[in-house]
Design a protein around this ligand. Structure first.
Ligand code: ADP
Ligand code: MG
Length: 321
């Protein structure tokens, strides 16, 4: 197969951590031809999506004493060529959030790829449908009590009732802008004003789950099916579990309740073309559905000896074959 990845500049990726690199490695290992491009290198010409692409060849990372080690020059790029994306069997849209207006425009460009010829992972319509924070509200049974608002009084009432809550900006990632809230906080009003830009931007307010101290579990779903999991445990005096803010990763299992949760989510994810997704689960509750560039497979592979990238590529091969 020919596979293209829309990613952030490759020199900024961490081959020992980033899932995009793991997926590219897995595709290469199965003999597929891999190309990379960036969101700003896409165009539509004659109602077809085109991209300036570069062939990429990776030197795979190696597991040495329980750590992934990459060689210094871990990627090699070929010449830039302009090609219709329909020449690919699959296009992985893996640009990192925030989901900005230009990001959304990129998804509109990706609409001009013939789905009969090329599978876009995740589908552009799905990326637009699923705000990573708000999409969890689709699965009412699975989430902790949650509101979305920019109204100080509505937010205050919710937090007073719950005692403690977590505030989440709707467009961020990696723990950015996540705040712990108590109604008695002397900065309460100011926190809400800054987070909502004085009532202009809605934010998510969610019941605080004390189980968060035991970890924020990432479960990777492939076409609705859970294929692997890793726990991220807050360290030091940090309450957030995100790896980007020092969360310690640890091996874990998918519980029966979590398995049921995935079963309940599968049809909706498939319907929205959300084939490669990472859900976050705290104390058995769904807190986030990562669809833009979910990560975690390097950590899962390292801790459990799996090869999730290979599973993804084999699924793709069956689907497009
Ligand atoms: N309801 C909650 N209760 C307690 N902690 C939470 C809750 N929701 C999120 N957190 C903490 O905040 C971190 C980030 O939350 P998340 O919703 O996954 O957003 P993102 O990872 O995009 O920043 C989690 O790793 C967890 O530690
Ligand atoms: Mg998260």
């Amino acid at each position: 197969m020919k596979i293209a990845f829309i990613i952030d500049p490759i020199q900024r990726l961490d081959p020992t951590h980033d899932t995009s690199v793991a997926l590219i490695e897995a595709a290469q290992a199965l003999g597929h031809e891999v190309w990379i491009t960036q969101a700003q290198m896409l165009s539509v010409v004659k109602s077809q999506a085109w991209a300036i692409l570069e062939r990429v060849e990776l030197t795979p990372v190696q597991l040495l004493e329980g750590r992934w080690v990459a060689s210094e020059n871990w990627y090699k790029l070929g010449d830039r060529v302009l090609l219709p994306l329909e020449e690919m069997d699959a296009v992985f849209m893996r640009k990192d959030p925030p989901v900005t207006v230009p990001y959304l425009y990129t998804t509109y460009i990706l609409d001009y790829i013939n789905p009969e010829k090329t599978l876009v992972v995740n589908s552009p319509a799905g990326l637009r449908a699923a705000n990573e924070k708000m999409y969890a509200l689709q699965f009412t049974e699975a989430i902790p009590e949650t509101i979305v608002s920019q109204d100080k009084e509505i937010i205050r009432e919710f937090v007073e009732k719950k005692g403690a809550a977590i505030l989440k900006p709707l467009g961020n990632k990696a723990g950015e802008g996540i705040l712990y809230l108590e109604a008695s906080d002397r900065n309460f009003n100011s926190i809400i004003e800054i987070s909502t830009q004085w009532g202009q931007v809605p934010v998510m307010i969610q019941t605080y789950l004390p189980e968060a101290k035991d970890g924020d579990k990432r479960i990777i779903l492939l076409n609705g099916e859970p294929i692997g999991t890793v726990n991220r445990i807050p360290t030091g005096n940090e309450f957030r579990g995100n790896m980007a803010v020092g969360g310690r990763v640890a091996q874990t299992e998918i519980t029966e309740r979590e398995h049921q949760m995935c079963v309940q989510m599968a049809a909706k994810l498939q319907q929205d073309g959300l084939y490669f997704v990472g859900i976050d689960v705290i104390g058995g509750y769904l807190t986030e559905v990562n669809v833009t560039s979910p990560t975690g497979i390097r950590e899962i592979d390292r801790l459990s000896g799996a090869n999730l990238g290979k599973q993804v590529m084999e699924w793709l091969g069956q689907r497009m074959g």
